[in-house]
Write a protein that binds this ligand. Sequence first.
Ligand SMILES: CC(C)(COP(=O)(O)OP(=O)(O)OC[C@H]1O[C@@H](n2cnc3c(N)ncnc32)[C@H](O)[C@@H]1OP(=O)(O)O)[C@@H](O)C(=O)NCCC(=O)NCCS
Length: 206
Amino acid sequence: MSINVYPKTVELKDGRSIILRPFVRNDAQALHAFLKAIPEEDRLFLRHDVRDPEVVQKWMEELDSNNVIPLLAVDDDQVVGIGRIHLLTHGWMQHVGHMRLITARTHRHQGLGGLIARELVALAESRNLEKLQCHVIEDDTAALRMCQTLGFETAGVLRGMVKDQRGTKRNLAILVSDVANLGEALDDWIQDSMVPAYRVPGACVG
Ligand SMILES: CC(C)(COP(=O)(O)OP(=O)(O)OC[C@H]1O[C@@H](n2cnc3c(N)ncnc32)[C@H](O)[C@@H]1OP(=O)(O)O)[C@@H](O)C(=O)NCCC(=O)NCCS
């Protein structure tokens, strides 16, 4: 899929229209505002303290590399979701991407996470990635269920592997899937869960 297909408009279950597009350097302020507003319950399970301005700065620096596929969900000029795939450009895991995403509480349970994931999977296919993985803290029910619903399978759980934002050790679940299977699983999920809000065929309403 070409980057030229953006911006794309998708429709949530409640009818809200959301723009999906890659993020660019000019989005730094809006991104920071979104990340700063993430409540502690969510931050607890995230890899970084996303309130730290250095996080956005690092994300912006990554835009210059080929190692990230960045996607932003925007509602009325406000960032309401972020999705990224991290990839390696050399070595034995260059066929594997690492997917991360987060949606605003105001927009949850409306299919936004799934729609961002579907878009990222299409972008992963266009970059010839063969597998995607997600790392989630085992207690993060929403993230775990979402990954499983969207077609990922738990490949393993590393006990006590990570420390949450409070410093408590947690189990890290590694979920993986073939990119090709994910595309199909996500299309099935869209058919079952998003239709009629989401019009098929095609990954997103253009
Ligand atoms: C996980 C997260 C991205 C889900 O976002 P969302 O926009 O609510 O997701 P969707 O509405 O597309 O839900 C997709 C599926 O995930 C599952 N799901 C989502 N939230 C869930 C919850 N709280 N409990 C159980 N299942 C849940 C459901 O199966 C849902 O499909 P369905 O509505 O057809 O049943 C969101 O809760 C979040 O940002 N959490 C904090 C950050 C995080 O943990 N990110 C994950 C790292 S990859």
